[in-house]
Design a protein around this ligand. Structure first.
Ligand SMILES: Nc1ncnc2c1ncn2[C@@H]1O[C@H](COP(=O)(O)OP(=O)(O)O)[C@@H](O)[C@H]1O
Ligand SMILES: [Mg+2]
Length: 233
């Protein structure tokens, strides 16, 4: 049986003279919630883009289940990789339900049921017939998460899912991620959320991996406090 382990081996990404990722290695074990944190410009989104095949690594390689992993963006859904975008990316011309159905593999009737279930799981089934553009931001974030969950991904990639949400919404989001029943890769600025739901955290600073460990290890790591908070511990 496939283990679903995703691994990054010495990944470096250069954009001209700028080193966005500098020798980053990471193993994302099945079922774990792995956080990626770091100041703005640290390379977090680039790391996601490498995993999704949007950005080719300049050096290094990726493996999934021990096999070389060179994804093309259009293959992601079929391979069981679902990603939410920073902000909300939904098609205005379709209903909420239709937006979520886009992520579901299989026949229409089944897709509709699964999409509806995903909306229900995210607490937004009442909005199935609405147009996403007319909905409050927090509701659209939930719809975006439902869209990702509806594909029953092996790996769920979340880029700043808590952005623009209030404390209650963030708490709700944390519970949903913990209970997603899948491997989660999470880029997030909201430290309380990261610390409470991640099994492991990678800290990037100017593209360099400066720490990798449990929330407990990361929160007491001096290099992290310095880089992330800009103050010595
Ligand atoms: N396509 C690109 N072309 C050139 N520079 C880029 C590109 N994408 C990201 N960068 C640069 O790479 C660095 C890391 O960016 P990013 O991965 O978006 O950081 P983060 O998500 O941690 O804020 C930044 O300096 C950014 O300006
Ligand atoms: Mg980013």
């Amino acid at each position: 049986m496939a283990t679903n382990e995703l691994a990054l081996h010495h990944i470096t990404v250069r954009f001209g003279g700028l080193v966005a990722l500098d020798d980053v290695s990471l193993r994302v074990a099945p079922g774990k919630v792995v956080g990626v944190i770091g100041p703005n410009g640290a390379g977090k989104t680039t790391l996601f883009n490498v995993i999704c095949g949007f950005v080719p690594p300049t050096e290094g390689s990726l493996t999934l289940d021990g096999r070389p992993w060179r994804p093309r963006p259009h293959q992601l859904n079929g391979l069981g990789i679902a990603r939410t975008l920073q902000g909300v990316g939904q098609f205005g011309g379709m209903s909420v339900l239709e937006n979520v159905m886009v992520g579901v593999r299989g026949r229409r009737a089944r897709a509709e049921t699964e999409a509806f279930e995903a909306l229900d799981r995210c607490g937004v089934a009442d909005y199935a017939a609405a147009r996403p553009g007319a909905l409050p931001y927090a509701i659209r974030k939930r719809v975006e998460l439902a869209r990702a969950l509806a594909s029953r991904p092996r790996i769920l990639m979340l880029d700043e899912p808590a952005g623009g949400l209030d404390t209650d919404e963030i708490h709700w989001l944390g519970e949903l991620i913990k209970n997603a029943g899948t491997t989660v890769l999470l880029v997030e600025h909201h430290m309380d959320l990261v610390m409470s739901i991640c099994d492991e955290i990678l800290v990037l600073d100017f593209g360099k991996p400066i720490a990798l460990g449990t929330p407990g290890e990361i929160s007491t790591n001096e290099r992290v406090t310095e880089a992330y908070l800009g103050t010595p511990a």
